[in-house]
Ligand binder design. Structure first.
Ligand SMILES: [Cu+2]
Length: 525
């Protein structure tokens, strides 16, 4: 979507962001320092208890920060990594401490969802929040992973999330972020996003055992999300400001093998990630996508991570005396798409002394009874398909100056934008296994995501794929105006009674989602 249209559509549904005074967010690392992993919180006796506050402040350059603040013995940190075993319980209290006297200028022209009020209710504003646990196969209900009816208002008492992590949750990298319709982009643009790891990858993929693990969250910030202009991409909140200041660096010993767990928490960028050694791409050893282990290691020099996607891979550090870079390449999102630019995230700095103590992550308990390597969804390829559906992405230019409309439509229904009180566009039952073909009829690349489950990628453009990966977010390239539409065929598994309820599917370009490229599905118990 182009700059002017982006600006107009922003103006159409909310007023100017006024200066806000709120709970100050922690300062972020200056460019040129070592890229450190986020602070990690682990459970005690199977229960991870944590108190988060969503704060807000504006930095000296004018960027708005939305931050998940967490108090540690050493001070307040931002967006810690939540680390859990299957079967653990997550008890997370979230307080919205955004102080914003002008929030009423920035609200949707409708109330929240159609269901019972969860949390504080009231009118969603840019300062309201909730929390989505992206990729997790957990119930879409109040106090767990409901984002349709859950609304936490500034100044209210903390809201309690209480989630049992299912024992069959695949090991891997997930992430959490706010999901209030209309305002998701603002808060994620401000940095409100963090990693969630389900332990056990080394039980499924032993080659990562013993490797130093790194958690890298890539974020993106605009001065104002919907105003056109340059943006910054950060790695664990550090922006590379080279040549105005030194580049960030990742510490690796020469030739050291590390297990990198990388989340794309940008608001809209498709990220082809690479590691270059002396300018040449290294063969990365891809272990997992979207928190789901691959059948076997896939060697590749570029991994495309769509917005909200994750990739976990082994990197071998540059030999002594050579030059390493971690970067994202450019990506063409089409005639009405956003320019996704190439960015060097960090240098890879092989320390030669080897004297630096290596910070080891707590390894999960190998005695765990959940040591089965038979993963959830591993039988999906041969499952009986109970229904087939077709959906499509499309865009519409609404008059000379009007906003672009963004639609995701179930074939046979009228294109319309999401309304929180709408009826589900799709109704199915627990036990169903469905093949969905998703077509992109827009001149812009979109990223399809569904809550509560992973799907199996069966076909691309009508042809069976060699790698039938389990994903929760998938790229569908733009229509070039001439050739047939691009499409994917996805196998959806609704057999798990744990995910019964009403939840969402949408484009994970967050402006598109906020403007209504989203609908509900009801899975009846
Ligand atoms: Cu989109």
């Amino acid at each position: 979507m182009g700059g002017v249209a982006r600006y107009l559509s922003g103006l159409a549904w909310c007023a100017v962001v006024a200066a806000q005074m709120g709970a100050q967010c922690p300062s972020r690392p200056a460019s040129g320092t070592e890229v450190l992993d986020p602070y990690t919180i682990a459970p005690k006796n199977g229960v991870l208890q944590a108190d988060f506050s969503l704060g807000y402040s504006v930095d000296q350059q004018g960027y708005s920060h939305y931050c998940y603040e967490y108090q540690t013995p050493g001070g307040v940190v931002e967006a810690p990594t939540l680390r859990l075993d299957p079967g653990d319980r997550l008890q997370l209290n979230l307080a919205d401490v955004v102080q914003d006297s002008d929030a009423s200028k920035m609200q949707m022209h409708h109330s929240a969802g159609s269901g019972p009020i969860c949390g504080n209710g009231g009118t969603p504003t840019v300062s309201s929040t909730n929390l989505h646990f992206h990729g997790m196969p957990i119930p879409p209900v109040c106090h767990q992973d409901d984002v349709i009816d859950t609304l936490i208002q500034p100044g209210a008492s903390p809201f309690n999330f209480d989630i049992q992590i299912p024992r069959d949750t695949p090991p891997g990298l997930y992430w959490y972020h706010p999901h209030v319709h209309g305002f998701t982009e603002f808060q994620v643009n401000g940095g409100a996003a963090g990693a969630l790891i389900v332990n056990g990858m080394e039980r499924v993929r032993p080659e990562v055992k013993g490797l130093r693990e790194r958690v890298f969250v890539i974020r993106q910030q605009y001065l104002v999300p919907w105003i056109p202009g340059p943006y910054q991409v950060s790695l664990n909140y550090q922006v590379n400001l080279f040549p105005n200041s030194p580049a960030p660096y990742i510490d690796m010993k020469p030739g050291e093998r590390q297990f990198w767990r990388v989340a794309n928490a940008t608001i809209q960028d498709f990220l082809p990630v690479q590691v270059l050694i002396n300018g040449n791409p290294e063969k990365l050893e891809l272990i997992a996508l979207d928190g789901y282990p691959l059948n076997k290691t896939r060697k590749t020099d570029t991994i495309l991570i769509p917005p909200a996607g994750r990739a976990e891979f082994i990197v071998t550090g540059p030999p002594a005396g050579s030059f390493g870079q971690f970067l994202v390449g450019p990506y063409d999102t089409g005639p009405t798409g956003n320019p996704d630019l190439s960015v060097e995230l960090a240098l890879i700095n092989p320390t030669t002394s080897g004297a630096r103590p290596i910070q080891q992550r707590p390894m999960p308990d190998d005695q765990s009874e959940a040591a089965s390597t038979r993963l959830k969804w591993s039988d999906l390829e041969n499952a009986h398909v109970t229904a087939e559906r077709k959906l499509y992405f499309s865009e519409e230019f609404g008059g000379t100056n009007g906003p672009i409309q963004f639609y995701i439509t179930v074939q046979g229904q009228q294109p319309k934008v999401f309304e929180p009180d709408e009826k589900p566009a799709i109704t199915t039952n627990v036990g169903a296994v469905e093949d969905w073909t998703i077509e992109n009829r827009a001149l812009e690349t979109h990223a399809f995501h569904i809550h509560q489950l992973h799907f199996k990628l069966m076909e691309v453009d009508g042809k069976a794929v060699a790698n039938q990966d389990m994903l929760d977010t998938v790229t569908i390239p733009y229509w070039d105006g001439v050739n047939p539409y691009h499409s994917v065929k996805l196998r959806m598994d609704f057999r798990d009674p744990n995910i019964a309820g009403t939840f969402l599917f949408h484009c994970h370009i967050l402006l598109h989602e906020d403007l209504g490229m989203m609908h509900k599905i009801l899975v009846k118990p």
